[in-house]
Design a protein around this ligand. Sequence first.
Ligand code: SOE
Length: 375
Amino acid sequence: MPKQKLNVAMIGYDFMGRTHSNAWRQVTRFFADIPCEPVLKVVVGRTKEKVAEARVRLGFEEAATSWEEVLARKDIDVVDICTPGDSHAAIAIAAAEAGKAILCEKPLSNSVAEAERMAGAVKKSGSISMVCHNYRRVPAVALAKKLIDDGKLGTIHHYRGVYLQDWIVDPNFPRVWRLEKARAGSGSLGDILSHTMDLSRYLVGNPVEVSGVLSTFVKERPLPDGSGKRGVVDVDDAAQALVKFENGAVGYYEGSRFAPGRKNYNRLEINGSKGSLVWDLERMNELEVCLDTGPLGGFTNISVTDGSHPYIGAWWPAGHIIGYEHSFTHTVYDFVKAVADGKSPRPDFEDGLINQRVLDAIERSAAIGQWVKVP
Ligand code: SOE
């Protein structure tokens, strides 16, 4: 029986556009039980020549320069937003009004007010919505979730999450869009600490109070246009927060792009009354678990590559590891199933709104130097 087609319009085609289009292409080839068949229908970008080149490279049927026109098309089912944060709200709200299913890159928006409007729009239209926090769908992280939900760690006391990179430590690295508040909303806070925080909400629970610190070490950088002029950096280079969770756990988040040697070090450690677990993206197929604190106990390193582990059955035999891009394929797989079921997967836009409130609370706390309650 041929599967129902799901026509995808992807807005943006840079780094995230490449990860998402790879996922849309791969998902039907590996997940035999996927209920619909995604079709890479149209890729949208502002510059005609560049988007035409992206169409060929990424495998879309068509290229377009106006997302408004594409969203007005009846044959588009899914809108996949891979643009910088300053355009998420306008595109997502228009997509919701046009009744499309929406997958949106993280963080959901550049402000709480935008996130409220976006969550309101999908609620009103009944659109399926999802925020692309892809790390929830790394098999080792999904296994960690299962162990916690099964009570294997007991009562959770601590969440320690760090996300460290080093790509802007050179003061001459250009002032790209990720370093502009008007475009990115914030710096490492929204770009990488948002993942750490989303993972804490997935694995531990909702943060209720935060004490944040934001730092900008290099306040001016060369503009990327090669003009020799310098531009102001008005976002954080590093973001840190102490966190209290609603279930009594306490923890810590750190996001920094100033950690030499750390390329994409997304690591979490969770300690409960009965055990602990540790995961690190740079060794993403492994989950360290301690369920025995006795003299012969300690951490066991599980190779999360067995067919019985989350998502792995679709891929290779045990020990044949998977990578970063697979987390996006799993995200798209769950999104397509949700579209078929008519119910948004997590994290949906409501989660995106809660996430935005936590980011905002960290920013406000850092500004006043005090603990702030998450509304
Ligand atoms: C850049 O810092 C970046 O690509 C983030 O934007 C992604 O969300 C993260 O997963 C990897 O790093």
